[in-house]
Design a protein around this ligand. Structure first.
Ligand SMILES: [Fe+2]
Ligand SMILES: [Fe+2]
Length: 383
């Protein structure tokens, strides 16, 4: 759910011969050479449409497969939970409704301030959903061409958005009723964030986009799971249940799509994975701002890391999981460029241990300090 400054300085032996077989169609003023696989993963400008034109046909040819393997992962609306199911029932007489609000406030009263900050960060991330639907529809071959396209990719993106839409609604209302957060500042942050957008460097390349969402949904599933455990320990089982929703099913869908791409087009798929690893997986709300704290996102990351809701170790775990889940070291029939990407990605396993050690060391040596968060009425939270 976040990004870390991982300098991927490891270079596979094949790097010298590596070259991309396609050129971006626009905005390609990159600051790093595409002919080298060594990356510092920092200074670069935006690139778009890096998926070769002919690969659009791959996504077309997978439409029947997606109808049978991806769309069934969606839940029918009639069987789905809705935010109101988990909130005080506004259809009750006023005193009964107010009793339910009071019970919610009593449960939330136990949650520590640093936990609230991370919860608000998660809610704000969910609330920037218009950005994510827009982002999805920019990807070549899977975009919703009419707004109501019957392609299974478009059906998935609309229904995924509809399922996701409940997350922000529910968390936002829950936090609003708690009385513990400054809703005006939170709403301002959401306003700023949606206006800012996001730049997660998937290049409108659907292979890269599917790798990004696999990683992102797994990260969300993990972080929400940890926040749910902390909520339960602090006496709010309802909030714990809320945080357990949907992300696992969504992860399954995206992981399955990448698995299929690795089967039908292993070279392009492994190159996409390597590129995303070099680009780093960045949290979609990395451009958040509240109008006050110029380092809000970094401060949120620091609190998340200290609470172990999301840390460098989790980033490494997710990478290791995907290398195993997609059996990336076993893929055969790759071109030389694909083998180079494979060597790069699988070589990252050796870096994971170092990253973890570095994260532990960082945690030990970082001097803790207090920062004010506007979301909780400028109360101080330890970073
Ligand atoms: Fe979500
Ligand atoms: Fe999600």
């Amino acid at each position: 759910m976040t990004s870390y400054a991982l300098a991927l300085t490891w270079t596979p032996s094949c790097a010298a011969q590596s070259h991309r077989h396609s050129k971006p169609r626009s905005q390609s003023a990159t600051l790093y050479s595409q002919t080298t696989i060594s990356a510092t993963a920092t200074l670069r400008t935006q690139k778009t449409h890096t998926m070769p034109q002919e690969k659009i046909e791959i996504f077309k040819s997978l439409e029947n497969w997606a109808s049978h393997n991806i769309l069934p992962l969606l839940k029918p609306v009639e069987e789905s939970w809705q935010p109101h199911d988990m909130l005080p029932d506004s259809s009750l007489p006023s005193d009964e409704f107010i009793d339910q609000v009071r019970a919610l406030r009593n449960r939330m009263a136990q949650l520590p301030d640093d936990y609230l900050v991370v919860l608000v960060g998660a809610m704000i991330t969910e609330e920037a959903l218009p950005t994510y639907q827009t982002w999805f529809n920019q990807h070549d071959g899977i975009e919703d061409e009419t707004g109501a396209s019957t392609s299974p990719w478009a059906k998935w993106s609309r229904s995924w958005t509809a399922e996701e839409n409940r997350h922000g609604d529910l968390l936002r209302t829950y936090l609003y009723l708690s009385g513990r957060v400054d809703m005006q500042m939170i709403e301002k942050t959401i306003h700023y964030l949606i206006a800012a957008g996001m730049d997660v460097k998937t290049e409108k390349n659907s292979y890269m986009g599917m790798v990004y969402t696999s990683f992102q949904e797994r990260a969300t599933f993990m972080t929400h799971g940890k926040m749910a455990r902390l909520a339960k320990e602090s006496g709010d089982p309802v909030l714990a249940r809320i945080l357990g929703a949907d992300e696992k099913r969504h992860e399954t869908a995206y992981v399955r799509i990448v698995e299929k791409l690795l089967e039908v087009d292993p070279t392009e798929a492994i190159i996409a994975i390597a590129k995303m690893m070099r680009n780093k997986i960045t949290m979609p709300s990395h451009m958040m701002h509240d109008g006050r704290d110029p380092h809000l996102y970094d401060h949120l990351k620091a609190v998340s890391q200290r609470l172990k809701v999301y840390s460098l170790a989790d980033y490494a775990d997710i990478m290791e999981f995907f290398i195993g889940r997609w059996r990336l070291d076993k893929i055969e029939g790759l071109t030389s460029e694909g083998r180079c990407a494979q060597e790069f990605v699988c070589g990252l396993v050796h870096l994971i241990k170092k990253w973890r050690e570095r994260a532990d060391e960082q945690a030990r040596t970082t001097e803790l300090r207090d920062v004010n968060f506007s979301w909780i009425f400028n109360k101080e939270v330890l970073l």
